[in-house]
Design a protein around this ligand. Structure first.
Ligand SMILES: C[S@@+](CC[C@H](N)C(=O)[O-])C[C@H]1O[C@@H](n2cnc3c(N)ncnc32)[C@H](O)[C@@H]1O
Length: 229
């Protein structure tokens, strides 16, 4: 995730602490950052900055799959559940699970409900996705992710590792910060996974991470769409 200081009010209680954001390097840094940020993430970051990246990932996914099927979905780095909320509106029959390192972000996600009063998420797993994947293998039809594959968060190795949670032929819709797509090795890792016949050749779509009117409008993510081979 890239956030700049252009709105100039980052030290109030509703804002993301940019010094902490830039200092994030390790899983423990992420745990601490999102522990502090969880309670205000939805209002103080998503709403305030018109952060539309999670909704766009959900919409790209929903446009590519059957809305009437009972699909099992994993949301990687689900955070407070912004992807899941939108996806549950568009794919009401989907069973959506989430995985994230932050217990506090997951607690917020667990309090999100669908219009029929059922929880948005089924299973929520508190896991460090830099470690070997143990919470699921070959279980999901769909993998979605927004805001998590970026500098200081999850890198290219976890991106390829999480593919193991998909069933064969399962589909992935993974957002990757464009600024770090080549330099941090995401593009190379995806090419390697194609060569190793782990995934199909990805198609890439560029999306805005923030809506027009946000101070951060212009920050772009690449959405990699592919299938587990
Ligand atoms: C910018 S937030 C995105 C949250 C949500 N997907 C959204 O779009 O609003 C990045 C998320 O990645 C999670 N994360 C960072 N490092 C992680 C790790 N090593 N394992 C699992 N999740 C991690 C954070 O806890 C945080 O919830």
């Amino acid at each position: 995730m890239h956030v700049d200081e252009s709105d100039g009010d980052n030290n109030d209680n509703d804002s993301f602490d940019l010094d902490a954001a830039y200092a994030v390097e390790t899983p423990d840094d992420n745990r601490q950052l999102y522990k502090n940020w969880a309670a205000t993430y939805d209002t103080g970051f998503v709403d305030k900055n018109k952060y539309s990246y999670p909704k766009r990932i959900a919409e790209i996914c929903a446009a590519s799959v059957s809305a009437t099927s009972v699909l099992r979905v994993i949301d990687i780095g689900c955070g407070t559940g912004v992807v899941g909320v939108r996806l549950s509106e568009l794919l009401p029959h989907a069973v959506i699970d989430g995985a994230d390192i932050s217990a506090e972000m997951l607690r917020i996600a667990s309090g999100k409900f669908r219009s029929d009063s059922h929880p948005v998420y089924g299973e929520l797993s508190e896991v460090d996705l830099t470690l070997p994947i143990t919470f699921a293998q070959s279980r999901y039809d769909i993998l979605v992710s927004a805001g998590t594959f970026t500098h200081g968060h999850l890198g290219p190795d976890p991106l390829i590792a999480v593919v193991s949670t998909l069933k064969p032929d399962g589909q992935a819709f993974v957002g990757i910060n464009k600024q770090h797509f080549v330099g941090n090795g995401f593009e190379r890792a995806l090419q390697g996974a194609v060569a190793a016949q782990l995934i199909t050749e990805p198609t890439y779509i560029e999306i805005q991470m923030y809506d027009e009117g946000s101070a951060h409008y212009g920050d772009v993510a690449i959405v990699a769409k592919f299938r587990k081979a």
